[in-house]
Each structure stands twice: as C-alpha cells, then as structure tokens.
Write a protein that binds this ligand. Sequence first.
Ligand code: S3P
Length: 171
Amino acid sequence: MVIVLIGYMGSGKSSVGRKLAEMHSMTFVDMDDFIEEKEGKKIREIFADKGEIYFRKAESRYLEDLMKNSDNMVIALGGGTPCYGNNMEYIQQSTDKVVYLRASIEELTARLKEEKEHRPLIKHLSDTELEEFIRKHLFERNFFYLKAPYSVLVDGRPVETIADEITSRVV
Ligand code: S3P
C-alpha cells in the first residue's frame, strides 16, 4: 500500500505522514527531504542557485524515481508537486490512495507567518501580503489538489486525529 499526502505548504503533510506511517509500520518519505538528499542541497539553496524551473524538473524526475520504488510507504509531497507537468496524473496512476490535507486560508496564513524564512516562495512577503498570496495561489492549486479522491480538513485538529481519520477512510 502507498499513501500519498498532498496539500498547500503548512498543511501538515510531513507531521501527519510521519504519524500515519508510524501507526501502520510503514516507511515515511518526505519528498522535500528526498530531493535535498539527492541534490546535496537545501530546497532554498536549489531555488537560489538554479531557479524554480530547475527545481520543478528535478521534482518531477525524483517523483517518478520515488513512486517506482515505493511499497508500504507514506509519502508527503511538496506543496507544488501535484501542480506541475504530468505529476498529478502520474501520482494517480501509481496509487488510488491520494489524500488532500485541506486547510483554510486563515489557518495557512497563521501557520506560515511563523515559518516563512526557509520557504523560498513566500519568504519575501510581509504578513499582509502573505494572506493575499495564499488566497490566489490556493485558488489556482485547488484545481490539482481537488483531484485527490480523499480530502481531510486539518484546521485546528491534532495530528493524531487527522491520521486516525485517514486510517478509517483510506487504510
Ligand atoms: C513548495 C512547497 C515546499 C517545497 C518548495 C516549493 C510549493 O514543500 O517543495 O519550497 O511550491 O508549494 P512543503 O509543502 O513541504 O513546504
């Protein structure tokens, strides 16, 4: 079984994924960590040194590598992974257990205000700009995120509760 978690930055893909994998003795892989390990650089360094286009191409390539060799695994993708190239189609062909962690704009803004610095797409934004950016960006990205067969609301809910809901619906 392979479970893929998608959703906007700050929606909790990594913490929920880690918990879910632990609950079911599955392997957990965080796509950003996988890319950092392969490239030998932090995501923010890849963006700064080589640019976003390079990052998106590498991301698609590593997604295929990862999905090809995945088994008994929970994978937390990057926020943009489903939204570029044929990635979402590829993901859906690889597993039917794709879960969108859905968060409101207010919740995402509050969470991301605290941790903008290491995120290349938002680190230059003021707190007021951040909410507007998320509103527009999420509107565009929802086109891809909503293709997931499962969607779980995360606002104000502990990681364990979200992992339990995924378990009852997907596992
Ligand atoms: C991105 C999200 C990040 C990371 C990169 C781009 C995005 O992952 O892949 O900074 O386009 O939303 P997280 O969602 O894990 O923060």
